[in-house]
Design a protein around this ligand. Structure first.
Ligand SMILES: [Fe+2]
Ligand SMILES: [Fe+2]
Length: 321
């Protein structure tokens, strides 16, 4: 008896996996475009997790209480972990982490533009957790069902941690909004600055998005940018109302016919300006990242030397030497 897999070509087998909603694994044949798209996307995602540590790390020494400091340290550390899972997922596609880091440092790969905005007050830490991690989860829940196995599995764990991040951000906002008028004003100011950048996180309109249709066919991406953005708006407006905060969009209103909130147009000039490296913090973020990489060289060298020594010792004990 011949099985289907013996008669079909690798390309047909790949398509059968996609059609059956099963996972493509590192040992499976895959089209070169699929591999390249995933490397680009997972790397960009990993870089974002690591660069995203900067705007919040900036507030660790200034957190208002010891408890807030401990929570923020844990959150920033989680983001480093997310970067690690994602670099590992990318490595299963035949690239090394060093290569990807090099591409980031030389500006040939990007990270999410959201991290090119500054964190000016403590309320920004609340707004980031609530809105930025909230937008990230909206995008990432979809990715737990992405067609590439190692990426999907990394996202399951990341999403659990992100939902904690989102809640701690919302809790900071809640505390500020129930505080003094100055604290509430600080929360409102943070939302005014973070609302539109958070909406930009979903990327260009579907009609302008160069990668969307192929990625949807490969089931890397399962929901379009505009649908995800709408879902995020619908979810977030009632949360803002509960806080007693205004979202900075005069066109935002419930549309009973659509069963969704209508909202205004993103400033696409600003969107592309930041994507192309001219956001308020692009240069600082990359310079800081490169400096941290260079400063950490001795740690990487020491870890590699230690691993080598351990390996030699184990080999010697196996041969009885
Ligand atoms: Fe994360
Ligand atoms: Fe997060």
């Amino acid at each position: 008896m011949t099985t289907i897999s013996e008669r079909t070509s690798p390309a047909e087998r790949f398509q059968a996996i996609i059609d059956a909603d099963e996972k493509v694994e590192p040992s499976d044949w895959m089209p070169e475009g699929y591999r390249k798209t995933l490397i680009r996307q997972i790397a960009q995602h990993a870089h974002s997790e690591v660069i995203g540590m900067q705007p919040e790390g900036n507030w660790i020494t200034r957190a208002p209480t010891l408890e807030r400091k401990a929570i923020l340290i844990a959150k920033v550390q989680d983001e480093a972990g997310h970067g690690l899972y994602l670099y590992s997922a990318a490595e299963t596609l035949g690239v090394t982490r060093d290569e990807l880091v090099e591409l980031l440092h030389t500006g040939r790969q990007k990270y999410s533009s959201i991290f090119n905005y500054p964190t000016l007050t403590w309320a920004d830490i609340g707004a980031i957790g609530w809105l930025v991690d909230g937008a990230a989860i909206t995008n990432q829940v979809m990715l737990t069902r992405t067609s590439y196995g190692p990426y999907a599995r990394a996202m399951v764990r990341i999403c659990k941690e992100e939902s904690f991040h989102q809640r701690q951000g919302y809790e900071i906002m809640l505390r500020l909004c129930n505080g003094t008028p100055e604290q509430k004003a600080m929360a409102q100011d943070a939302v005014n600055r973070w609302w539109w950048p958070a909406l930009m996180m979903f990327g260009p309109h579907d009609s302008e998005s160069t990668h969307t249709s192929q990625s949807m066919e490969w089931k890397i991406k399962r929901i379009s940018n505009d649908d995800l953005r709408q879902h995020f708006v619908d979810m977030t407006v009632p949360q803002a109302e509960y806080l007693g905060l205004t979202l900075p969009d005069p066109e935002l209103r419930w549309n009973p016919e659509r069963g969704h909130y209508d909202f205004g147009e993103i400033d696409w000039d600003e969107f592309w300006r930041v994507v192309n490296g001219h956001g308020p913090m692009n240069r600082d973020r990359l310079e800081h990242k490169i400096r941290a990489w260079e400063d950490g060289e001795w740690v990487r060298d020491a870890a590699a030397a230690y691993a080598e020594k351990q390996q030699a010792r184990r080999a010697a004990s196996r041969t009885g030497g």
